[in-house]
Design a protein around this ligand. Structure first.
Ligand code: C2E
Ligand code: MG
Ligand code: MG
Ligand code: MG
Length: 280
């Protein structure tokens, strides 16, 4: 009997695996076509200071496949698995810079606006052509490097440390700025923080979520803020959803915020009306 049961479970397992493989192949194929056919869009989530001004935005990629939106966590991971992240990353960078150029030309941005942030995958950053592509995109859009913020994750620092440091340093010397995304969720040692030209730490949403009425002090948030202050870096909190979280963050020295409390990520035109709707 045991033998029989074992075999039927094996069958079930095989069937599930086949199903998963088929779904994955479909996903990769659709992703490939979407890259070829310009099937992506970008949305922009506002970033605010403690006075309520819009100081920047983060560009986030969206994909609607066969009528269904696919989560970025899913399709970015799939793109990273195959080297499709390179053409997708190029598209994101180009499109974000073109939008920024439009906003600057149309004088859509308030004086408080400092930077547009773009997420850069490790493979994209490690691409030997990355720097040249970046410079070319910025030049063709006639945007100053200081208006772009490159968001990197700690997972990048698993790679060749010297190479990464040199590349970041060169880009930093050219005026580009770096934010460390999802800070606190990675495994890497903290010693790299001092050695790399990082301008900003983004406190991960998971830690901001821990700030709630019945909680003891949110010690990780406090520690990240202090670390950032000691290293002379800017600090922004991601995923701020409640007034109370914002007040806590402000009282503890974090003066930049991004999250649903202010706005969800917005389409290009909605972002501009969001800025104009705000009291001056
Ligand atoms: P991320 O870079 O950490 O982006 C922040 C994520 O948090 C976004 O999810 C945003 O929509 C979400 N978020 C912002 N505020 C709140 C809030 O108050 N509450 C909650 N629950 N969520 C909030 P999204 O757009 O789904 O993107 C997920 C991840 O996918 C991003 O995390 C980023 O790692 C990646 N991603 C998105 N677009 C790109 C891209 O163009 N290139 C690359 N390489 N990665 C991207
Ligand atoms: Mg990000
Ligand atoms: Mg993040
Ligand atoms: Mg994330």
């Amino acid at each position: 009997w045991a033998k029989h049961q074992g075999r039927s479970q094996l069958c079930l397992y095989n069937h599930r695996m086949q199903e998963e493989t088929r779904e994955r192949l479909h996903l990769f194929n659709d992703l490939y076509q979407a890259i070829r056919d310009n099937g992506f869009t970008l949305v922009y989530q506002p970033q605010h200071n403690a006075e309520g001004d819009v100081t920047g935005a983060e560009a986030l990629c969206r994909w609607v496949n066969n009528g269904h939106s696919v989560y970025p966590d899913v399709f970015i991971a799939a793109a990273e698995e195959t080297n499709l992240i390179l053409p997708l990353g190029d598209w994101v960078l180009t499109h974000a810079c073109q939008t920024l150029r439009q906003w600057i030309r149309n004088k859509s941005l308030p004086p408080s606006f400092r930077r547009l942030a773009v997420n850069i995958s490790p493979a994209q950053f490690m691409d030997p052509d990355f720097e040249a592509k970046l410079d070319k995109t910025m030049k063709s859009c006639d945007i100053d490097s200081s208006v772009l913020e490159l968001e990197l994750t700690e997972s990048l620092f698993m790679g060749d440390k010297d190479l990464i440091r040199d590349k970041m340093q060169r880009l930093s010397n050219k005026g580009y700025t770096f934010a460390l995304d999802d800070f606190g969720t990675g495994y890497s040692s903290l010693s790299y923080l001092q050695k790399l030209p990082i301008d900003k730490l983004k406190i991960d949403r998971a830690f901001v979520m821990d700030i709630n009425p019945d909680n003891e002090p949110a010690s990780i948030v406090d520690a990240i803020i202090q670390l950032g202050q000691n290293l002379n870096m800017d600090i922004i909190a991601e995923g701020v959803e409640t007034d109370q979280q914002q007040v806590y963050l402000k009282d503890h020295g974090c003066r930049s915020y991004q999250g649903y409390l202010f706005s969800r990520p917005l389409r290009e035109d909605m972002f501009v009306s969001y800025i104009h709707k705000r009291p001056v």
